[in-house]
Structure formats: structure tokens, C-alpha cells
Design a protein around this ligand. Structure first.
Ligand SMILES: [Zn+2]
Ligand SMILES: [Zn+2]
Length: 266
């Protein structure tokens, strides 16, 4: 089996207008899975909750699976917040998702990507963001993949030395993730659009140091042009760090596929 992109959005997410058909046309016979947003917000945020329309999504996929050789799976990206943990589990209950991503997108007051060095000192952002992530991996143990571990740093300039201030917490996060078979995502949008590839070089070794073996490489595409963004470089990075296999998820269960050789990557 070939490895395939495992973090993409379509018009079933509010921040994308892309279609499943266009990913299917780009994907050369490989499995296609989109991971549509689920995000609950607090009253103070005055933002409507984002709930993917599971019935319409399932129906669309069932139709397209007839036309495209059953190669579409179902996914969701859950923005985890502790106050909403029951609402999240209620939403997921009884739905046959193949893949559940866990993301930490906001803290009940603001989105983490909105802030940079000029707004909140890096030290405070590291403390708050990774505390919420630790709570996430402890509480939301049915997630399959920890998505974009650097999301809260996308608007910062951060060196590996600076990130090391959060190392004790990152170790706890990765140990807990490993206990619950939660994979580590190389989010190529973070790496190559937001310039955080160096932070991934560091985090790959840290996740491996606590026994982590489940890695995914994903584009976080919101448009088909970003499908498999930077995959060749991300595969090379993993190889350099001694990783030889990637994880793919079906029915929320991981299995391993060989890390693609760069010659076979588009
Ligand atoms: Zn996200
Ligand atoms: Zn996403």
C-alpha cells in the first residue's frame, strides 16, 4: 500500500471551499481522506460552534466511493478543549470515522495562531499552549494523531533552543501520546509555509526517545494545490532521523506502510 495524505479539508470545513472530487483527481489511485473541523467555542468568543455535517459528508463519500473504487475514508480534526470534552465525545459517538486528529486551536479566549512575539511573550505562550496539549493527550485518548504540535508557534519566530524551555512538558505530552497510540504528525504546512521545519527535526527525536513509532506526514491542505505539499522533503527528514515506516489509519486503527522512497514521490 502507498502512503497517502491524512490531513486535508473540503467545503465540509468552514475555512475551505475545496471538493473531494479534485483531491480524487490529484491522488493517482491512492486513498483519499479529509479531516473536517469540529471546534466548540466559549460564550465569550462569540463564535458559532463548527460541527461537520456528518450525514451529508457520509452520503457524499458513499456516492463517490461508487465512482472511485472505494478509495475514500472519513476523517475529522477535533479542536480539543477541556470544557467541551463531553460534547466532543457525544459528537463522535456512533460515527464511523476512520481517523480522528487532535488539535489545540484556542484556549476559550483566543485562537493560538493569532498571537506572536509582539502580543504574548514566547515563554507564556509555550507554557499555556503545551499545558493545554498535555491535558488534551491525557483526556482525549481516543484521538489517533496529534496534529501540528507547533500550531501555537506558527506566528512566532522560535529557535530549537527556545523551544527546549518546554522540553519537560513536551516529553510528558509525547509519553502520554505513546501510551495511547497517538501518532505524531509532520504537518508540512507548518514546516514549509510557516517555516517551522527545524522544530520538527527536534520533535521527531523527542517523540522517538520515549518510544514513539507512529508518524504521519500530512499537508493540512485547504486547496487541492497543497495536496502532498512538501512530502518529499518531509520523507527525507524522517529518513535522516531513522524512521522507516509511516502509520495510516482505518477504523481508527493504525497500520504501518514503508516510508516512500523519494523517487516514487510526485
Ligand atoms: Zn488545525
Ligand atoms: Zn487542519
Amino acid at each position: 500500500m502507498h502512503y497517502y495524505d491524512q490531513h486535508m479539508h473540503t467545503y465540509f470545513s468552514p475555512d475551505s471551499t475545496e471538493t473531494l472530487e479534485r483531491y480524487l483527481e490529484q491522488s493517482a489511485g491512492k486513498t483519499v481522506i479529509t479531516t473536517e473541523h469540529l471546534d466548540f467555542f466559549s460564550k465569550e468568543q462569540e463564535t458559532a460552534d463548527v460541527l461537520p455535517d456528518f450525514d451529508a459528508y457520509s452520503e457524499k463519500i458513499a456516492q463517490l466511493n461508487q465512482l472511485y473504487d472505494q478509495r475514500i475514508l472519513k476523517g475529522i480534526e477535533v479542536g480539543f478543549t477541556y470544557p467541551d470534552k463531553e460534547k466532543i465525545q457525544d459528537f463522535l459517538s456512533g460515527k464511523d470515522y476512520d481517523l480522528i486528529l487532535m488539535s489545540i486551536h484556542h484556549n476559550g479566549r483566543h485562537g493560538f495562531m493569532l498571537l506572536g512575539n509582539d502580543d504574548v511573550p514566547l515563554e507564556n505562550q509555550l507554557e499555556e499552549y503545551y499545558s493545554l496539549m498535555l491535558q488534551g493527550v491525557r483526556e482525549f485518548t481516543n484521538a489517533n494523531v496529534l496534529a501540528h504540535f507547533d500550531y501555537g508557534l506558527r506566528s512566532y519566530e522560535v529557535s530549537v533552543e527556545e523551544l527546549k524551555a518546554a522540553e519537560p512538558k513536551l516529553l510528558q505530552i509525547f509519553e502520554t501520546a505513546v501510551q495511547h497510540d497517538i501518532a505524531f504528525e509532520l504537518n508540512t504546512r507548518s514546516m514549509y509555509r510557516f517555516g517551522n521545519a527545524h522544530l520538527y527535526e527536534y520533535a521527531i527525536d523527542l517523540y522517538r526517545s520515549v518510544g514513539g513509532t507512529l508518524f504521519t506526514v500530512s499537508s493540512d491542505a485547504h486547496v487541492v494545490e497543497d495536496y502532498e505539499l512538501g512530502f518529499k522533503d518531509a520523507f527525507e527528514m524522517l529518513k535522516k532521523h531513522g524512521v522507516e515506516q509511516l502509520a495510516v489509519f482505518k477504523n481508527q486503527q493504525p497500520s504501518f506502510v514503508e516510508l516512500p522512497q523519494s523517487a516514487n514521490v510526485q
